[in-house]
Design a protein around this ligand. Structure first.
Ligand code: SF4
Length: 345
């Protein structure tokens, strides 16, 4: 079976060349072709002797996902891509252009098992984990198509990253590698529904990424309605894990909170939330829910959002209200894939 050279740490590529009887330094040259010069045909790698190019063609492949659909928001601040993987699975990835640079939202699984009520990615459950190379290819798809520099990545696409722990960790190391994207760990945000034991494990990795926890509720009763998978880890267990993460890494934890009218966006919910987190150093990212075709959930009005935010601030919490990017291009998780499957059924 041919070895897929895409998406490996330099050490593994060096080993591949050595096992083929070639010097290690050829691995670095191959990485330059793949990740800096975007050459994806061994025959065009003219720095290599002809015999080596033939050997590569016989023993290796460059297998990356194919872009099957692109969508741009009208103001140009969001681009969404639908990618087809080698086994035919479809995944989504999004580029968001901010004042401070471009951020890529990366999917970590095909589908998702977490069951959040507002999310289209979870309708068919989790199909499989993505490999580090399949995650990396999402970033390179934007770089190649639009020559977009990448300043940060958020692991917030389809999937629960902490259920694909080892591959996600290797992907972040690949992004950080000097022969690859050379991204700072501080520019990486991992968003989780809250797999508490994996948060403790991540803290021990001692890499200064930002941990974002999808909290979405001030108590277990509401959280279980919004995020059915959360029953396994009660909300207090999660707060303890977040506190531990901060204590070990010194990195302030972000709590993501989707605001849904009539469910979790009242004044009393904001006050309960403040009691829950107490004096923990943390940041709240409030996200008015993104209305979609298939759910009957709506964002609160502007005044209610403002009131919620002010209560948190009054208790000394740092708060941002996320602007809704890309509504018209089905930028919320899983929607472009659903639309594509519908169009092609
Ligand atoms: S929001 Fe994220 S964690 Fe929740 S179901 Fe969707 S993909 Fe999974």
């Amino acid at each position: 079976m041919k070895w897929n050279v895409w998406g490996h740490p330099l050490k593994e590529t060096e080993q591949f060349f050595q096992e083929g009887g070639f010097p290690r330094f050829r691995a670095k040259q191959l990485h330059d072709y793949l990740y800096k010069r975007y050459v994806y045909d061994f025959a065009q790698m003219t720095q290599f002797p002809a015999a080596m190019r033939d050997w590569l063609s016989e023993n290796a492949v460059i297998e990356k996902p194919e872009v099957v659909r692109q969508q741009h928001s009208s103001n140009g601040d969001t681009i969404k891509l639908l990618l087809r993987l080698s086994d035919g699975s479809l995944i989504e990835t999004v580029c968001m252009k901010h004042d401070y640079g471009n951020s890529i939202c990366v999917s970590t699984q095909v589908g998702c098992a977490m069951g959040c009520i507002f999310c289209a990615s979870t309708r068919k459950g989790m199909e499989r984990n993505l490999t580090p190379g399949e995650m990396l290819a999402q970033i390179y798809a934007f770089r190649m198509l639009y020559q977009i520099p990448v300043h940060s990545i958020v692991l917030m696409g389809s999937g629960e990253p902490l259920q694909n722990y080892e591959n996600v960790l290797q992907f972040m190391h690949l992004c950080h590698a000097p022969d690859g994207l050379n991204l700072s760990y501080r520019g990486m945000t991992l968003s989780t529904c809250g797999i508490a034991p994996a948060i403790y494990q991540l803290a021990d990795e001692k890499i200064p990424i930002t941990l974002a926890i999808s909290l979405h509720a001030p108590n277990d009763e509401i959280r279980n309605r919004i995020l059915p998978s959360s029953r396994k880890y009660p909300i207090q267990t999660l707060i303890d894990a977040a506190r531990h993460y901060f204590n070990v890494t010194g990195r302030r934890v972000t709590f993501e909170y989707i605001l849904i009218k009539g469910i979790n966006a009242e004044r009393t919910h904001a006050e309960e939330l403040c009691r829950l987190v107490g004096d923990m150093s943390c940041h709240f990212n409030l996200i008015p829910i993104n209305g979609t075709e298939h759910i009957q959930l709506y964002p609160p009005d502007h005044q209610a959002i403002e009131r919620f935010s002010q209560i948190l601030e009054k208790h000394g919490k740092s708060v941002t209200v996320r602007r809704q990017m890309g509504d018209e291009i089905q930028a919320a998780c899983g929607q472009l894939k659903r639309r594509y499957l519908k169009d092609n059924s």
